[in-house]
Design a protein. Structure first.
Length: 52
């Protein structure tokens, strides 16, 4: 019988790097080639770096 199943998943990063910017630790995660992850990363970085 064919049925729909609720399947949960998560993004698996392709690469991870850590840096320090102005003495703050920064973790950069790269995902599949798509503009959306880069847009999200840009927003997160802007929010993070502008908080200090």
């Amino acid at each position: 019988m064919i049925a729909n199943w609720l399947v949960l998943g998560m993004y698996q990063p392709d690469a991870i790097a850590s840096y320090q910017v102005n003495g703050k630790p920064l973790l950069v995660v790269s995902n599949e080639v798509s503009e959306l992850p880069y847009l999200r990363l840009k927003i997160i970085l802007n929010l993070y770096l502008n908080l200090g």
